[in-house]
Design a protein around this ligand. Structure first.
Ligand code: C2E
Ligand code: CA
Ligand code: CA
Length: 307
């Protein structure tokens, strides 16, 4: 078990039970924020942070209605630098703070439950672009969408099946990226849903592989297609023999299990060469393409001579 414990003291941190409980709760929230599995004592500034968080939740709730969310797409390539797909990445056009990337708001979406409606929007919005890709002769490109654990508990399978139908997505076009923790959190139920999705032609990738807790025994049982090698391992390829050993081991293991590997965060030729030489099939990173609005990605694809 990895408990998150928050506490406060009487009388210093509050005079009445309601206030004490609220403060202990704010301290517990901090313990979760700091990565769980820890004890945190209440401090006054938590109150400010808690009200900021509440404000953020209410802004996020409005953002969906107000059409402030957008998707950026980042192309993925094969070893020969031919495009094979793209990952949809959520952006928030905040009325005062400008364009925000997910690290500024995704954690709050997750623990407020807002990730469910927002994730549903992302799925539909990404799928909608398939038609446009088809019209430009890029209909074979995969569309990858990140999904959170809460979405699995709240009707993800039905949402995905509806989207496949609505946008007439052929098998193998939609890919869902799940982190290890999503799968390990409620394995049996998730495995059943994943099998349903696979049978409907959806590909499933494990995101940030190697950074969480995985059971290798589960990997074998899961209806997976792909492992995404985390950026933290890719970063030091060609420099750090330990990271090279980890990447090599993950790629080989994936191959033996019949899974594809996509490396994330590829930024240098050195990393690209190393990955290609070690059998990593697909690559994603700033070296090839940055996340960009769909129109820009399309322009890049359509450019004579390609990407
Ligand atoms: P991720 O799934 O690991 O996505 C890849 C992140 O790495 C993206 O950050 C991307 O911009 C960044 N990246 C790509 N190539 C490079 C590179 O070469 N170098 C460096 N330094 N970074 C690179 P972004 O867009 O800020 O997304 C952060 C995370 O937010 C994602 O990590 C994903 O976990 C989450 N996220 C994004 N969109 C969604 C969504 O629609 N739903 C959910 N549940 N999570 C999302
Ligand atoms: Ca991802
Ligand atoms: Ca990732």
């Amino acid at each position: 078990i990895t408990p998150s414990i928050g506490y406060c003291r009487h009388p210093g941190d509050g005079d009445d039970p309601a206030m004490l409980l609220r403060h202990a709760d704010q301290a517990m929230y901090q313990a979760k924020q700091q990565g769980r599995n820890r004890v945190v004592a209440y401090r006054e500034e938590f109150g400010v942070q808690a009200s900021e968080r509440l404000a953020l939740v209410s802004q996020l709730r409005d953002a969906l209605q107000a059409g402030q969310f957008a998707l950026a797409f980042q192309l993925q390539f094969d070893q020969q630098r031919r495009p094979v797909g793209m990952e949809a990445l959520l952006r928030w056009q905040h009325p005062e703070r400008g364009l925000l990337t997910p690290d500024a708001f995704i954690a709050v979406c997750e623990d407020s439950g807002l990730i469910v409606p927002i994730g549903r929007w992302v799925l539909r919005e990404a799928a909608r672009h398939h038609r446009i890709l088809v019209a430009h002769g890029w209909g074979h490109l995969r569309l990858a969408v990140n999904v959170s654990a809460a979405q699995f508990q709240q009707g993800l399978v039905d949402d995905v099946l509806a989207v496949l139908q609505e946008f007439q997505l052929p098998a193998g076009i939609l890919e869902l990226e799940l982190t290890e923790s999503v799968v390990m959190a409620s394995p049996d139920h998730v495995i059943r849903d994943m099998a349903t999705l696979r049978d409907a032609g959806v590909c499933i990738a494990i995101d940030d592989f190697g950074t969480g807790y995985s059971s290798l025994a589960y990997l074998k049982r899961l209806p997976l297609h792909r492992v995404k090698l985390d950026r933290s391992f890719v970063q030091d390829l060609g420099r750090d023999p330990d990271d090279e050993a980890i990447c090599d081991a993950i790629i080989r293991m994936a191959q033996r299990l019949g899974l594809c590997t996509t490396a994330e965060g590829v930024e240098t030729d050195l990393q690209w060469n190393w990955l290609a030489a070690h059998g990593c099939e697909e690559l994603q990173g700033y070296l090839f393409a940055r996340p960009a609005p769909f129109e820009d990605v399309l322009a890049l694809l359509d450019r004579p001579g390609g990407t």
